[in-house]
Design a protein around this ligand. Structure first.
Ligand code: PLP
Length: 424
C-alpha cells in the first residue's frame, strides 16, 4: 500500500477501517481536553467502557446475595473464571481445557516452574534471552537457587550479536544444541519487551524438545498482540499478564496455558489448593486432592472475582473482533507509523533509529541518538503517552483495538516539532 504523510490520508484510512468503531469502546485519558495519543497499550491497556458494568454486577451480587453469590449470582463466583477459558483459548491458540486464569504473572511462572523445572544432576540448565524482563530474571535465578544450584552455571543467556539489536533464531537454536543433554528448560519472552521482537516460537519449541528439554513462554507482550498457536506448536506451558494488550486493568490476573499432554499426569509435582480439586467433590471437604482434568488443577485459591470481571469484559471484545482482524489492522497501523518515522527522518535529517526487527507485533522501539530524554519529555507534555527505557529508547505501541491512523499522523507532527525544538 502506498502511504502518505498527510492528515487527509490518515483520515481516509480511518474511514475505511472496519475496527475503527472499537475506539469508542475504550476510555482515553485527556490532556487539555483532547484525547491523548496512547502508545503504552504494551504496558497498561486502556479501560474498556464495559469493564465497569462487569465489576458493578459483582458488587451488586455481593450486596444483594452475599455468600449466596458463590452459586446463585447470574454469573456464579465459584466457577466465574471458566467463562474466560474459551475466549482466551482463541486468543492464544489453545484448547479450552489448556487454559486457566489465576494469580499474577510472576507468581504463575513460579508455580509453573514447580511442575516444569525439575533439575537433575545431569539436566539442570535453563536457556533464556539475555536481558530478559527483570522479574523473569529474578524468578529464574531464585528458582535455580531454590534447587541448591548456582544461577551462573545453570542459566544460559542467548546473546545478541555485536552491533545488532535483535536475537537471531539460529543463535537461539545453536545455544540449545550447545546445552544439549544438560538442558532442562527453555523459557523466553515470546515478544521481547524492549525491542518488540517476536521470537520464532514454533522452531525454538521444536529445537528445545529435540534436545530433550521442556519449553515454556512468557507471553506478557504476546497475548492479544500476535498470532499464537500454543497447542499446535506443542509448547509445554505459558503464562501472560492481562493488563497489557489484554486491557484488563492494573495488576490484574494472569492467564496460564498447560499443554494437554501434561494434564492427565498423576505424578506431576504441583503446589495444590482446594480450587484445583474436582468441582464435583470440592465441597465434600475430603482430605484427598482430586485434580481437575484441565489446567484449573493448578488453581490454588478461590477466584478474585472482582479482578477477573474486567478481564471477562475485555475478552468479550476480543471474541467479537478476533485476533485475525486485529492483526490485520496492527500490520497496517504499525507499517504506517514506520512510514511516518522514515518520512520525518529524511525530512529533517534526524538521527533516531528503529531497533525493532521485521519479526514484530505492534511495538516499534526507537533509539534516540542525540535527542534523548528531553525529546521524550516534550512528547509527554504534548499529549503523546509513550515510555522511556534506558539508555535511550522510546517504545511506541499503537494497539490496533483503539489507536487510529490519525493518531499516527498527529504523532509524526509532534515528533517533528519536538526534534526541531530540542535539537538533533
Ligand atoms: C510485564 C511483564 C511482567 C510483569 O510481571 P507481573 O508479575 O505481572 O508484575 C513479567 N514479565 C514480563 C516479560 C513482562 O513483560
Amino acid at each position: 500500500m502506498q502511504f502518505h504523510n498527510t492528515l487527509a490520508f490518515a483520515q481516509l484510512m480511518d474511514a475505511t477501517d472496519t475496527l475503527g468503531k472499537y475506539r469508542e469502546e475504550f476510555h482515553f485519558p485527556k490532556m487539555d481536553g483532547e484525547e491523548v495519543i496512547y502508545f503504552t497499550g504494551n504496558s497498561l491497556g486502556l479501560q474498556p467502557k464495559r469493564a465497569k458494568k462487569y465489576i458493578d454486577e459483582v458488587m451488586t451480587d455481593w450486596k444483594d446475595l452475599a455468600v449466596e453469590g458463590h452459586f446463585h449470582a447470574e454469573k456464579p463466583w465459584w466457577d466465574y473464571h471458566e467463562r474466560l477459558a474459551l475466549p482466551l483459548a482463541k486468543v492464544v491458540g489453545a484448547r479450552t481445557e489448556e487454559i486457566s486464569v489465576m494469580n499474577t504473572l510472576t507468581v504463575n511462572l513460579h508455580l509453573l516452574m514447580v511442575s516444569f523445572y525439575r533439575p537433575t544432576k545431569k539436566r539442570f540448565k535453563i536457556l533464556c534471552e539475555e536481558k530478559a524482563f527483570p522479574s523473569d530474571q529474578y524468578m529464574l535465578r531464585s528458582q535455580v537457587r531454590f534447587h541448591g544450584l548456582d544461577p551462573d552455571e545453570a542459566i544460559v543467556e542467548v546473546k545478541k550479536r555485536e552491533g545488532e539489536h535483535f536475537w537471531r533464531t539460529q543463535d537461539v537454536i545453536e545455544s540449545i544444541h550447545a546445552a544439549g543433554t544438560e538442558l532442562a528448560l527453555v523459557l523466553i519472552g515470546g515478544v521481547n519487551y524492549y525491542n518488540g521482537q517476536v521470537f520464532d516460537m514454533e522452531r525454538i519449541t521444536k529445537a528445545g524438545h529435540a534436545a530433550g528439554a521442556l519449553v515454556g513462554w512468557d507471553l506478557a507482550h504476546a497475548a492479544g498482540n500476535i498470532e499464537l498457536k500454543l497447542h499446535d506448536w506443542g509448547v509445554d506451558f505459558a503464562a501472560w499478564c492481562s493488563y497489557k494488550y489484554m486491557n484488563s486493568g492494573p495488576g490484574n490476573a494472569s492467564g496460564v496455558f498447560i499443554h494437554t499432554r501434561h494434564l492427565d499426569k498423576k505424578d506431576i509435582p504441583r503446589f495444590e489448593g482446594w480450587w484445583g480439586s474436582k468441582k464435583e467433590t470440592r465441597f465434600l471437604m475430603k482430605p484427598e486432592f482430586e485434580p481437575m482434568a484441565n489446567a484449573d488443577a493448578w488453581q490454588i485459591s478461590n477466584i478474585p472475582v472482582l479482578s477477573v470481571a474486567p478481564y471477562l469484559a475485555s475478552l468479550e471484545l476480543f471474541d467479537q473482533v478476533g485476533m485475525a482482524a486485529l492483526i490485520e489492522k496492527r500490520n497496517k497501523i504499525v507499517a504506517f507509523l514506520e512510514f511516518i518515522l522514515h518520512e520525518i527522518h529524511s525530512e529533517i535529517e534526524s538521527t533516531f533509529e528503529i531497533i525493532t526487527p521485521s519479526d514484530r507485533g505492534c511495538q516499534l522501539s526507537v533509539f534516540l541518538h542525540g535527542q534523548g530524554k528531553s525529546l521524550f519529555d516534550y512528547l509527554m507534555r504534548n499529549g503523546v503517552i509513550t515510555d522511556w527505557r534506558e539508555p535511550n529508547v522510546i517504545r511506541l505501541a499503537p494497539a490496533p483495538f483503539y489507536c487510529s491512523f490519525e493518531d499516527m499522523y498527529r504523532f509524526g507532527q509532534i515528533l517533528k516539532e519536538g526534534i526541531l525544538a530540542n535539537g538533533r
